[in-house]
Design a protein around this ligand. Structure first.
Ligand code: SAT
Ligand code: MN
Length: 591
């Protein structure tokens, strides 16, 4: 066999070939580069990105394999107002999504993409979401004129020939097209065509908008396919908690973007929990389906973590500090003179001077942040010291508990458990959270974010709730459902709960509940830990009355909460399952 030249075509799948040809005819790139996922290719493309100034090589002694990227300053987060679900009817997309008729959107995008890659290279990026051979795994092909996207997809997905191997001669793959254009916000559109299993993204080069395997395929298109095919695509981390006796319990947890999913997924238990270990399956997305034994099984479709950098340090996430020491692409952090990086709340004190995320001189006296609040790392999961050995299990891992959580300064207690599945779905459906820098606009405001899927549900949210209710019928042993809030504050604005590794205490209670080992008290909200069952030993400055405070049910807060929940329910009214309206009545009655 002759050796394949880098960038030469590497598939014989006729549907892929003809589709790529058609897109090339539209975008008219100077060159087509077919990615194979090899190490040689990584080196070649990385060198080229450095030459082109897209990546800066970091200090290879201190940060081997690490590179630095600055996005355009107007292109630093997901843009929900430019994100569309293009189904035949507006009703199918539902009131929580922007909608356009597919034909009209295709026409609009065709105009933008016409000749858009002139003078540029089109990278053909085949990728596999999920472990090879998994019944849940999906293949995508992303065509992009961004070398940064090609290199990031290599970290975030199983990219290369492996995807063509899974695909074989099938026509069933996600068709993704990404044109950077001039990254002008006015020409920014992220369009999903669930009926066609297709995505077109233009005018951006920022992670969530352009790494099409992530939010676009794994969540928006994934949730749509999941309902059709009887599985679930969720914005959830997956972790395995191992007891000192070696018994492992898997849980999945949904939190909105930038609320600490990655930290929770990589938690190291505090000294009090000697012998306990947390293993990571995934930090952002779970695909789940009922197994033959009637339990819910989950895979992580991704192969890397795209985490928020500021706030990452050896207290908040010691494993992540190890993870991002090598093979990592940093975006929009600060660059130090020695070719290393820095960000707010780094272990090391702020440097005397450095370049900020925009590339401007930054000193200790600068008022602006050195790293953008939504600056990110992209790191391969294989560098995680606590990567779960079952991460590549095609069948996935059995989920015992589902946790919903938001960022709430008030109202929400630290932890409570749903009475049953339907009540749990209600709790997930009515989740609220303060907005973060992960999306443009509105930071700090509480908004309803059902199951942390508001920006990611690819169809009518009311039908999505119904899908959750229907899944119960296929589960003989459904996971128990919980709600947590690490972020409750006292009247002076101080956090009531220490958070970070101490969240292990909450996790332990949850896992004990699933094993029938911990007692709980009934409240109007759900089951809460009895004081004897919740371990606070070794917590400095945490008296029993602090636990009461963080668990306190404040009736006026809850009256307001119910009104806010109503706003969402009104919006979804025409498709809202009546079971949820009934759950609301029950809650009102209990309160
Ligand atoms: O930018 S991403 O959408 O990939 C991250 C997030 O918002 O959760
Ligand atoms: Mn996310």
């Amino acid at each position: 066999m002759t050796k394949r030249e880098a960038g030469a075509c590497n598939t014989t799948n006729p549907t892929v070939l003809s589709w790529v040809e058609a897109q090339a005819r539209l975008c008219r790139p100077d060159q087509i580069f077919w990615c194979d996922g090899s190490e040689t290719e990584r080196q070649l493309l990385t060198d080229r990105a450095v030459t082109e100034g897209v990546l800066i090589r970091l200090n290879q002694t201190k940060l081997p394999g690490c590179y630095y990227h600055r996005s355009h300053p107007n292109d630093v987060a997901r843009v929900e107002q430019c994100t569309y679900i293009c189904t035949e009817t507006e009703e199918e997309a539902g009131p929580t999504n922007n909608w356009m008729q597919p034909k009209a959107m295709y026409a609009l995008l065709r105009e933008h993409c016409d000749g858009a890659m002139r003078g540029r290279t089109m990278f053909v990026v085949p990728y596999l979401m999920g472990p090879p051979g998994s019944p849940l795994a999906k293949v995508g092909v992303e065509l992009t004129d961004s070398i940064y996207v090609a290199l990031s997809m290599r970290i975030m997905t199983r990219m290369g020939d492996i995807a063509y191997e899974q695909l074989g001669a099938s026509e069933d793959f996600n068709r993704g097209l990404h044109c950077m254009l001039d990254v002008h916000p006015k020409r920014r559109i992220i369009a999903h065509f669930p009926h066609d299993n297709a995505i077109i993204s233009i005018g951006s080069n920022y992670g969530g908008n352009v790494l099409l395997g992530k939010k676009c395929l794994s969540l928006r298109i994934g949730s749509y396919l999941g309902r059709r095919e009887g599985w679930m695509a969720e914005h959830m981390l997956i972790l395995g908690l191992e007891s000192p006796e070696g018994k492992k319990t898997y849980v999945a947890a949904a939190f909105p973007s930038a609320c600490g999913k990655t930290n929770f997924a990589m938690l190291i238990p505090p000294p009090r929990f000697k012998g306990w270990k947390v293993w990571t399956v995934g930090d952002d997305i779970a695909w789940m389906r009922p197994g033959p034994d009637g339990r819910l099984y989950a895979i992580n479709p991704e192969a890397g973590y795209f985490g928020v950098v500021p706030g990452t340090n050896s207290r908040s996430n010691p494993n992540a500090m190890k993870l991002i020491e090598r093979d990592t692409i940093y975006t929009n952090v600060a660059l130090k003179p020695d070719g290393t990086v820095w960000w707010e709340h780094h272990d090391e004190p702020a440097p005397e001077k450095c370049l900020d995320w925009r590339g401007q001189e930054w000193t200790l006296h600068s008022k602006e942040k050195a790293a953008h609040p939504n600056s990110r790392f992209a790191a391969p999961m294989t560098n995680n010291p606590m990567l779960d050995p079952r991460v590549n299990d095609p069948e996935g891992v059995p989920i015992s508990a589902i946790i919903f959580g938001g960022r709430r300064a008030d109202t929400m207690p630290l932890v409570y458990q749903a009475f049953n599945w339907i009540h749990g779905v209600y709790i997930g459906a009515t989740m609220g959270s303060e907005m973060t820098a992960a999306a443009v606009g509105g930071a700090g405001q509480v908004r309803r974010d059902p199951m942390a899927m508001l920006p990611f549900c690819g169809y009518n949210m009311g039908d999505y709730f119904r899908h959750w209710l229907t899944m119960r019928k296929h589960l003989k042993h459904p996971p128990r459902i919980f709600h947590v809030n690490w972020f409750r504050r006292d009247a002076n604005g101080h956090y009531l709960w220490p958070g970070f590794c101490e969240n292990m205490r909450v996790l332990k209670w949850i896992v004990d509940r699933c094993a029938g080992k911990a007692d709980a008290d009934e409240t109007p909200l759900g089951w809460v830990p009895g004081p004897e069952c919740f371990d606070v030993e070794g917590l400095t400055d945490f008296s029993p009355d602090k636990l009461a405070q963080v668990q306190h049910l404040n009736y006026p807060d809850w009256r307001r909460e119910l009104l806010m929940q109503d706003e969402l329910f009104m919006k979804l009214y025409s498709h809202l399952p009546k079971e949820l309206i009934f759950q609301r009545e029950l809650l009102v009655a209990r309160l």
